[in-house]
Design a protein around this ligand. Structure first.
Ligand SMILES: [Zn+2]
Length: 414
């Protein structure tokens, strides 16, 4: 066992943030040998119970749950910041050419290594990602992209073989160490009905496997989906019609949904990966937080690199705040700092069906956490030292924070 003395942030069952100014976090193996949180709370109240345990003194730092990124593309690491006029030209001119290079295993391995370093450098310890390879360590859910039409040579796959490959990868990787599989149609327009049907059949056969795709990001894309699938009620409805809406189904964006779509998300248990830096960068639109809450649909935050402009959870939380202010009807919505932080940690884990596993620092959670330096820059030091409330402290970090704040990411106790 090992203990850390620092300020601590975690979340209560009612989603509210809990902060200990002088806290103690004790981690150690559970019955299965997995490194988990054994105890957490006020230092004075806990220290006698753990008298023999080595304590690392991190006073002045803040330990927070590892961030959970609900949607990111590992093969788009080098696409970040590509100048393009909206989603479809961005896919055609940058994304597809970049992704076609990933038949080269050496290239894929080099990008994967950089990608994982970059995630942990930014404090992200769980990710649901569009990807093609499966390196171990972080809690990582990924899947081979399915796209058998409307895609150039080099990224387009074969309908029948793509489904055989997907099932083979599920059997090889799902549940191995901290890895899990996600059935991954890129988005409805780039899959034939046969491929979507096959994906839905696999989703029914393997109910604890995740599903990930995109929906209703951009109006041109919405129109295209309507032309290709005229029999479906809506773009989201396409996925429902092929058996791809259920719990553990994660749809990036969900901007241009209607009330019936949101009700369908809530009823089926499918959730949204809200990707605000991507949506602002590509001019796709604003996720409607209030309508999502009213419908009772689940969601959490995501970077969507390379459409997103940063690996940093701080940048994503700030962009989500801006989207709430700018995008909601009438007066604008101010997401609280605690809510923003929850949506990128415990809330994202809950949306993924991983609550109680990652994204929080309650006893039994896997020992994934991040040590923050609230004085990482002169302005942060000045702002955080003046904070009179938890909201003020968290918001200073959200607005001014970046990778310089992340002093250390601890993954599975390491
Ligand atoms: Zn995406």
């Amino acid at each position: 066992m090992k203990a850390y003395r620092a300020s601590l942030l975690r979340f209560a069952d009612d989603q509210s943030p809990v902060f200990e100014a002088d806290g103690l976090l004790v981690v150690g193996p559970d019955a299965k040998g997995q490194s988990v949180v054994r105890a957490v709370g006020d230092h004075t109240a806990l220290i006698d119970r753990f008298a023999g345990v080595a304590v690392e003194d991190l006073r002045g730092k803040i330990i927070v749950p590892g961030f959970v990124d609900m949607h990111i593309h590992y093969p788009q690491t080098d696409v970040i910041g590509a100048p393009a006029a909206g989603l479809l030209p961005w896919l055609e001119n940058y994304t597809f050419p970049h992704e076609s290079r990933f038949h080269d295993v050496e290239h894929a391995r080099e990008v994967a290594s950089f990608f994982f370093d970059e995630l942990s450098r930014h404090g992200v310890t769980t990710a649901l990602t569009f990807a093609t390879s499966h390196p171990a360590c972080l809690r990582f859910i990924t899947g081979k992209v399915l796209q058998d039409r409307h895609s150039p040579d080099g990224v387009r796959d074969d309908t029948e073989q793509s489904l055989i490959d997907t099932e083979d990868l599920i059997q090889r990787w799902h549940g191995v160490d901290r890895l899990a599989y996600a059935i991954t149609p890129r988005f409805a327009p780039t899959s034939t009905p046969t491929q979507l049907r096959g994906a839905g059949d696999l989703a029914a056969k393997y109910p604890d496997v995740w599903i990930q795709s995109h929906v209703a990001e951009n109006l041109d894309e919405v129109r295209w989906a309507a032309e290709l699938f005229p029999q479906s009620r809506s773009y989201l409805g396409v996925y429902g019609d092929f058996g791809l809406l259920r719990e553990r189904a994660v749809y990036a964006h969900c901007i241009h949904l209607d009330a019936a779509d949101r009700a369908q998300m809530a009823q089926t248990g499918a959730v949204a990966a809200v990707s605000p830096t991507s949506n602002l960068f590509l001019g796709s639109g604003f996720f409607d937080f209030a309508a999502a809450d009213a419908a009772g649909m689940g969601y959490g935050l995501a970077s969507d690199v390379g459409g997103g402009t940063s690996f940093s959870p701080f940048h994503t939380m700030l962009a989500a705040y801006c989207v709430g202010r700018e995008g909601q009807s009438k007066t604008g919505l101010s997401l609280t700092p605690g809510r923003l932080w929850w949506l990128h940690t415990a809330g994202a884990a809950k949306a993924l069906g991983l609550d109680g596993v990652v994204g929080n620092l309650q006893p039994g959670n896997e020992a994934d956490f991040v040590v923050l330096d609230p004085k990482a820059t002169p302005l942060l030091a000045r702002k955080t030292s003046q904070a009179n409330s938890l909201d003020e402290l968290l918001f200073a970090l959200i607005v001014l924070g970046d990778d310089r704040v992340i002093e250390r990411a601890v993954v599975a106790g390491q």
